[in-house]
Design a protein around this ligand. Structure first.
Ligand code: AKG
Length: 290
């Protein structure tokens, strides 16, 4: 059953985002954060082929059962179903982490700019807060109605403090007064459209700011740049077959899952790197050092 009321769905399509939605209980949120932080302790110095930060930062649902479970949570899916319809696939799950008093930011951007998925409305992001997301901790800022734009020009800054792959920023000035601060309590989530202009500031608080951004598609979405793309079926059926279906991981960083991760990374790189003047690894590990 879709979770959102008609009024909420209307609001989503009007603004290009919706928040706050209560999803996880305080106990569930604390358990999810504790699981993530245990993974960080146990696997930071493990001999993984890529830095742990890379696996957390993009396609975590391929190698981390925690990310796949969050992405398949029926309460999240109920909300997403109100926007995308009954057939839902997970394209990526990504932990965006800003350490206390760190300079990391996310430049104002439109998600769909470098994903190779075109200007589709068959994609939505659910961002689930696992710690307080506040103006002080660097919560996201959204520009209302900006999803009605096409993909706008972006500049690649390759800045070390920008958590995005190329440090990309939209090439227009966004007035502070046009930004809505998306404050979320732990366990709450927001939804945003792939064309909505958004970003986030530094974390000046004493706690980590941890969010899990889950990118959903319905089966009408298509990969237009890379030859092959992948998704985890979360609900309903896929009658179009535009994406190769992948399994949810049964255990942490299994050899099979790591090999699949590498395959996806190689195939998606073509879309992510399109038009870049410098080498773009899929979300640079050093930027996701947390
Ligand atoms: O976590 C953030 O601050 C930004 C996340 C973001 O850009 C996204 O989820 O699309």
């Amino acid at each position: 059953m879709p979770l959102l009321t008609d009024a909420q769905t209307t609001q989503y399509w009007k603004d290009g985002y919706l928040f706050p939605l209560d999803i996880l209980s305080p106990k569930e949120t604390a358990a999810a954060r504790a699981e993530l932080e245990e993974i960080e302790r146990e696997w930071l110095n493990a001999d993984l082929p890529l830095p742990l930060a890379t696996y957390k930062r993009v396609n975590a649902h391929v190698v981390m059962p925690l990310a796949a479970r969050l992405a398949q949570d029926p309460r999240v899916l109920d909300a997403v179903e109100s926007v995308l319809g009954p057939d839902l696939m997970v394209w990526s799950a990504e932990f965006f982490i800003k350490e206390p008093h760190s300079r990391h930011i996310v430049g104002m951007h439109q998600d769909l700019t470098y994903w190779g998925l075109g200007e589709t409305s068959d994609q939505v992001t659910a961002w689930v807060a696992l710690s307080p997301a506040t103006p002080q901790s660097g919560c996201m800022d959204f520009v209302a109605g900006s999803h009605k734009n096409p993909i706008l020009p972006h500049n690649d800054t390759f800045s070390d403090t920008n958590l995005l792959s190329r440090g990309q920023e939209i090439a227009v000035d966004v007035a502070e007064s046009d930004k809505t601060r998306i404050a979320l309590q732990p366990g709450q989530m927001s939804l945003h459209h792939g064309l909505t202009i958004h970003g986030s500031g530094p974390n000046t608080s004493d706690d980590r700011r941890i969010g899990c951004a889950i990118r959903y598609l319905n089966p009408n979405a298509r990969q237009e740049i890379a030859e092959r793309d992948y998704a985890l079926m979360a609900r309903g059926t896929d009658k179009t077959g535009n994406f190769t279906h992948i399994p949810a991981p049964a255990s942490l960083f299994s050899a099979e899952a790591i090999a699949l991760y590498q395959q996806i990374r190689t195939d998606q790189a073509k879309a992510i790197a399109q038009g870049a003047e410098k080498d773009v690894s899929l979300y640079q590990a050093q930027k996701a050092a947390s």
